[in-house]
Design a protein around this ligand. Structure first.
Ligand code: DAH
Length: 338
């Protein structure tokens, strides 16, 4: 019987050696300790042995049984630990690696230029106001001294929503809306989207303008020149030469267009300025008395200045962008440069 115990032990050792999984160990457990195992039947048959032999064999068999139990538990524990370690290693986290930076967005160049210009004028006492993009013919044209049969309407290729409603072609209608609800003196700035039926390398059907209006008792052309000179010097640098060129807008009298020395060639003449050395950047003038009347102000009491500029144009000159369509293609390679 004790030889039988030794045989079981040898076989068990060999099996345990070759076990590679927890499942193998459970099978070994049932093979050597299960109800129908050799060891269990051996222990059951002890009672049939003579008394002196029973004691000795009994203790050997029981010692073997608890030894096998212990060894299996130890092997199982070791295998569970390895499995855990392997799982941890499989999703290894290397805390010495540099962290991944979250991709940060940037402000759109049109937003940047709008914010810069807004900051300059709010610093000069102007407030920012808003107006609707779907506008009435009255505010977009009529009240701005552009009557239905006026040739100036040809300057705007308009998207009409209905007979009287249209997508505003400029931010100037906000002048009228503001004067109708506020009394002078006032200084306002209106940045916003405008729409024209136009599309090529320098025109998109939607673009951005900033309208400025200042009304008081003694606003003069010198104020206009002073304000716009500050604006241009802050945008393009103190050394930038500026010229006011007589022009015509129905809502201002006198009217002017402002040119700056070409920022690309510094006035020597290049492709961007068509060889002239100058770039046109905005329209301006003193508010036409007719516009004051249309808005409910007394032209004998107040004078005013107004100006309007295209944001994309300023952004193109600031950043050296040659195609306006780049602003609206949402190409991150372009946008992330700003
Ligand atoms: N509204 C004009 C345009 O869209 C720009 C403009 C010119 C606005 C002269 C003004 C101004 O306020 O005084 O082209």
């Amino acid at each position: 019987m004790r030889d039988e115990c030794a045989a079981i032990r040898d076989e068990f050792d060999a099996d345990l050696q070759s076990a590679v999984s927890e499942n193998d160990l459970y099978q070994i457990k049932s093979k050597y300790l299960g109800r129908s195992s050799r060891l269990t039947s051996l222990i059951k048959s002890l009672k049939d042995l003579p008394a002196e032999e029973r004691a000795l064999t009994g203790s050997t068999a029981n010692a073997l049984k608890s030894s096998l139990q212990r060894e299996i538990e130890t092997a199982l524990e070791a295998m569970r630990l390895t499995r855990k370690e392997q799982a941890i290693a499989a999703r290894a986290l290397d805390i010495t690696l540099p962290g991944r930076r979250p991709a940060l967005g940037t402000l759109h160049p049109v937003t940047r230029v709008t914010e810069k210009i807004t900051a300059i004028f709010t610093g000069l006492g102007f407030s920012v106001v808003d107006g609707p993009e779907i506008e009435l013919d009255f505010f977009n044209f009529e009240a701005l001294n552009i009557p239905k049969d006026h040739p100036a309407r040809d300057m705007h290729d308009t998207f009409y929503v209905s007979g009287e409603q249209l997508l505003r072609t400029h931010t100037s209608p906000v002048q009228i809306r503001t004067m109708q609800r506020m009394q002078p003196p006032l200084r306002i700035l209106c940045p916003g989207k405008v729409y024209r039926c136009d599309s090529d390398i320098s025109h998109t059907p939607m673009f951005h303008q900033i309208e400025g209006l200042m009304v008081d008792t003694h606003v003069s052309f010198s104020d206009l020149k002073g304000l716009l000179t500050i604006l241009i010097h802050r945008l393009f640098g103190q050394e930038t030469a500026i010229r006011f060129r007589p022009s015509y807008f129905p809502f201002t009298e006198p009217s002017a267009e402002v040119d700056i020395q070409c920022v690309m060639c510094r006035g020597n003449g290049c492709r961007v300025c068509s060889g002239t050395g100058w770039l046109e950047i905005l329209g301006c003038g003193l508010v036409n008395p007719v516009v004051f009347k249309n808005a409910g102000y007394d032209p004998e009491e107040v004078t005013g200045l107004a100006f309007g500029l295209g944001v994309e144009r300023i952004a193109m000159l600031t950043y050296g962008i040659n195609d306006i369509r780049l602003f609206y293609e949402n190409d991150l390679r372009f946008l992330s440069q700003f």
